[in-house]
Design a protein around this ligand. Structure first.
Ligand code: NAD
Length: 268
C-alpha cells in the first residue's frame, strides 16, 4: 500500500487538468488515482498519461468520480461540475481544491453552505505572485483609494468562457471593501457612448480576450500628474498548477471550512 496522497483530478483533459497531472507526476508525496472528465468526453476509457503527453500511466479517463480511492480532489472544470465534486467530497470525507471560476451568487452561497462540512480551498487564482498582489493592492488602496481613480484591466486567451476573470472581480471586491465601497454598486464594466464624466467612486473594469494570453491583471491608480500601475503576468499555467498542488497538500491537514490561497500561503 502506497503512502502517497491519492489525488483525484476533475477536468483532467482540460488545459489546467493537463498541467496539474504533469506537476503531480513530479511531486514525490502525491499520486494520481482518478482522472475525471465530463461523461460525454470523447477520450473516456483512454489512458490519461497518454492523453496529457506523459506516456502510459495505468489510469483511465473516467466519466465520474468513484468512491473509495483518493484523499483530495483538485477540480478545474465548470461551476456545475465543481459543485458536484464538492457534494461528493462532503459525502465521502474527501478534501477538495477548486480553481474553477465563474460561479453565480447562488452557487457561491451553496459552496459556503457545503463547506461547513468539508475541507475546501476555493481560489480564482492559485499563483503565489497574484496572491501577493491581492495584498499589495489593498495596501495601496488604503493610501490612495479616496483620491485616485481606480481601474482594473485584465487580458486572457480567446477560449476563456467567463468575463471578467474571477481574479479581476476579486481584485475589485478587495479594493472596494478596503476603501468602504460595495463593488456591486461601484464596478463599471466597460464604457461606451456619451456617458459623462467618470465618478469618483467608480472602479472601472476592462477586459481583453486575444490569442493565447495565459492571464494578465493590472490595477491602475490614476491621480493628477501621475499614475501607479500594479501588474501581474502569468507566463504559463504551471504556476496555477503548482499553487493547486500546494493547496491540496495543505488542505488535507485542516479542519472543515472554506479557505483561499491567502490561507494556504499564510498571507493573512
Ligand atoms: P478547459 O475548458 O481547458 O478545461 C475544463 C475541463 O473541464 C474540460 O476538459 C471539460 O471537458 C471538463 N469538464 C466539463 N464538464 C465536466 C464535468 N461535468 N466533469 C468533469 N469534467 C468536466 O478550461 P481551463 O482553462 O482548464 O480552465 C478551467 C477553469 O479553471 C476555468 O473556470 C478557469 O477560469 C479556471 N482557472 C483557474 C485558475 C486558478 O488559478 N484558479 C487558473 C486557470 C484557470
Amino acid at each position: 500500500m502506497s503512502e502517497k496522497i491519492g489525488v483525484i483530478v476533475v477536468g483532467a483533459a482540460g488545459r489546467m487538468g493537463t498541467r496539474i497531472i504533469h506537476v503531480l507526476h513530479e511531486t514525490p508525496s502525491m499520486r494520481l488515482v482518478q482522472a475525471v472528465e465530463r461523461p460525454d468526453h470523447p477520450s473516456l476509457g483512454k489512458d490519461v498519461g497518454e492523453i496529457v503527453g506523459l506516456g502510459r500511466s495505468g489510469i483511465p479517463l473516467e466519466g465520474r468520480i468513484r468512491k473509495g480511492e483518493g484523499e483530495v480532489i483538485i477540480n478545474f472544470s465548470t461551476p456545475q461540475a465543481s459543485l458536484e465534486s464538492l457534494e461528493f467530497a462532503r459525502e465521502n470525507g474527501v478534501a477538495i481544491v477548486i480553481g474553477t471560476t465563474g460561479f453565480r451568487p447562488e452557487q457561491m452561497e451553496r459552496i459556503k453552505e457545503l463547506s461547513k462540512e468539508v475541507r475546501c480551498v476555493l481560489a480564482p487564482n492559485m499563483s503565489v505572485g497574484m496572491n501577493v498582489m491581492f495584498r499589495i493592492v489593498q495596501d495601496v488602496a488604503r493610501v490612495l483609494g479616496q483620491d485616485y481613480d481606480i481601474e482594473i484591466l485584465e487580458a486572457h486567451h480567446r477560449l476563456k468562457k467567463d468575463s471578467p476573470s474571477g481574479t479581476a472581480i476579486k481584485l475589485g471586491e478587495l479594493i472596494a471593501e478596503t476603501i468602504g465601497r460595495d463593488f456591486n454598486q461601484v464596478g463599471i464594466y466597460g464604457r461606451k457612448g456619451m456617458i459623462g464624466e467618470r465618478t469618483r467612486e467608480e472602479i472601472g473594469m476592462q477586459v481583453i480576450r486575444a490569442g493565447d494570453i495565459v492571464g494578465e491583471h493590472m490595477v491602475l491608480f490614476g491621480g493628477v500628474g501621475e499614475r501607479l500601475e500594479i501588474i501581474h503576468r502569468a507566463h504559463s499555467r504551471d504556476n496555477f498548477a503548482r499553487g493547486a498542488i500546494k493547496a491540496a497538500l495543505w488542505i488535507i491537514h485542516q479542519p472543515n471550512g472554506l479557505y483561499d490561497m491567502q490561507d494556504v500561503l499564510g498571507l493573512r
